[in-house]
Each structure stands twice: as C-alpha cells, then as structure tokens.
Design a protein around this ligand. Structure first.
Ligand SMILES: [Zn+2]
Length: 313
C-alpha cells in the first residue's frame, strides 16, 4: 500500500528521525508514518541505524588523525550535496528545499560517523587487545621474576643457616682446641717439673735432709728436702700424709733470724704423696729453719700451732 505523497515523505524521513524538521513538517511526516506501513518501516530502519551510533561511539575519544579524516570526508560530502541540490532543477521547489539541503549531508554525516567511529572503535579495540596481551606477558614475566627472587631468598636463607651452623662448629672446634692446648701445656709443665725434679735430685751437688715429724703427723708420714748450696731451689717430697681437710692447706715456711716466711702451699694427692718444687727468695744457705704446718687457707702471715714437719738447716 502506497499513499500518494510517499516519495516526498520518504525523502524527509532521515531528517525527521534526526529531529531536524520544523514543527509543522515533523507533524506532517509523523501523521503519514503513522498511517503508512512502508514509510513507517523506512523510519524504523533509520532509527535502527541511529541506534547504532552511541554503541559505535562508545566513550572513546577518536585519535586526531581519525578526526581529521572524518571532518575532511564530511566537508567533501557537504560540497557534493550542494552540487547535487543544484543538479536537481526538475524537482519542484517545495520538494527539493529540505531534502536537498538536509538529506544527503545528514546521511553522509551519519555514515561517516558510523564508519569513522567504527574505525576508531576497531583501532582502539585492537590497541586494547595488544595492550592486554602485553600486560599479560608483563604479568607473566613479573611472576617468573618474583618466583626467582623467592628462590634466591630461600637459597640465601639456607646459606645463612649453613654459615651459622659452620660458625657454631668452628667455635666448638676452637673451644676444643683451646682445651687440648691447655691439657698439652699442663702435660708439658708436669713432665718438665718431673724432669727438673729428677735431674735436681740426681745432681751430685744436691744435699738432702729428712724433716722431723711432730705428734700431729701420721705415723707413716715422712718428708725429705733437697737443695744445693748457694742456690734458691728447694725440692720437697712427702709420703703418707692425708689430704688437707676443707678450708685448710699444708704450708711450707722458711725461717731466718726467727722471721718465718710463707713459701707456698703443698698439695697432697689422694695417694698421700706431694712433690713440691720452689725457688726461695734467697739462696737456701740464708735460712736456718724449715717447717710445714696445717693452716687455715687465709692465714699466711704467721705459721699456725699445727706443725707437721720441721727441721733445722
Ligand atoms: Zn508512505
């Protein structure tokens, strides 16, 4: 079904859909479109095209070169449409006035917008896809770097733990070495004491003297002293004496002109034996008496009453 003025109305439809007609003309087209299925279909298909515009545009800002191309295309189409309008002199003035002025440029603008913004969208989507791919790659690189850093950290931690363990071992070894060195020194010292003792006692110029025991000495106890004329050294060998009880010591005294001098303490072993080597402050000839007392540990100023051995020199 075609109404008599359909051709005229169809030319006005794009302007009508875009809202570019004046009120009277818009009312005329609206009334026709309401009654005419063919023109209504035309108007609806235009609305569909219009409906694509916001979707195509999105919220993207077209890049400058696309914008320039777009405006150039619109300008070119507008020029052509003027020519087109002039080149249609056969149409009556009433019919050519609006469609001639509006339809071609409108359609051109719309197409240009759709194509241009579609291109912008396509280009933007392409860029977005590329960026997303790049981002994914960067994320993967970052993750692998993080994994490597974690691995390095763990290795460093393990190394630190091993280092700490090694240092502890080294310290233990040092302590053991120090202990061994002390033991060795003690052994060397005691063996050298033994050697000195033996060589001193065996020397031809050495004289020995048995010390007298008091009633405080055990019955089996004996003490012998070795010395050399003109020398300060004194060697003492004691047998059969009990270890000093706690808080007491055996102390050796040398007396000169009734003045007793504490020379040192004598340690008696569990076997009742004591070996004592000491260098007196003066040659042994200077002293006229020797004495071994059982003293309190801290009374070295004067010999106690508890004399165990004594002898005049
Ligand atoms: Zn119609």
């Amino acid at each position: 079904m075609t109404l008599p003025n359909c051709d005229e109305i169809i030319e006005l439809i794009p302007a009508f859909v875009l809202g570019a007609l004046d009120a009277d003309e818009a009312a005329r087209v609206a009334a026709h479109v309401a009654a005419c299925p063919r023109c209504r279909a035309e108007a609806e298909s235009f609305r569909d095209v219009m409906g694509l515009l916001p979707y195509a545009a999105g919220s993207l800002d077209p890049p400058p070169h696309v914008k320039r191309q777009l405006f150039a295309r619109i300008a070119a189409v507008s020029e052509n449409s003027s020519t087109y309008a002039v080149a249609q002199p056969r149409r009556p003035a009433a019919r050519t006035s609006l469609p001639g002025r509006w339809f071609a440029p409108m359609l051109a603008i719309m197409l240009a917008l759709i194509v241009g913004l579609g291109a912008v969208t396509f280009e933007a989507r392409g860029r977005a896809d590329a960026m997303a791919a790049e981002l994914a790659t960067n994320r993967q690189i970052m993750r692998s770097m993080e994994a490597q850093i974690a691995e390095v950290r763990q290795t460093a931690q393990t190394a630190q733990m091993q280092l700490a363990a090694s240092q502890r071992e080294l310290n233990e070894t040092r302590i053991q070495l120090a202990a061994s060195q002390r033991e060795l020194q003690e052994i060397q010292a005691s063996s050298s004491t033994d050697e000195q003792l033996v060589s001193f006692i065996a020397a031809p110029q050495t004289v020995s003297q048995l010390l007298g025991t008091t009633e405080r000495a055990p019955e089996e106890a004996s003490a012998r002293m070795f010395m050399q004329p003109g020398h300060n050294r004194l060697v003492l060998l004691i047998y059969g004496l009990k270890s000093a009880e706690s808080g007491k010591v055996y102390r050796l005294w040398l007396a000169k002109e009734d003045q007793a001098i504490a020379i040192g303490t004598v340690t008696v072993g569990p076997d009742g034996v004591a070996e004592f080597v000491v260098d007196a402050p003066e040659p042994m000839d200077a002293y006229n008496q020797v004495m071994i007392t059982l003293d309190e540990v801290d009374t070295a100023a004067q010999p106690s009453e508890e004399v165990i051995f004594e002898a005049n020199l």
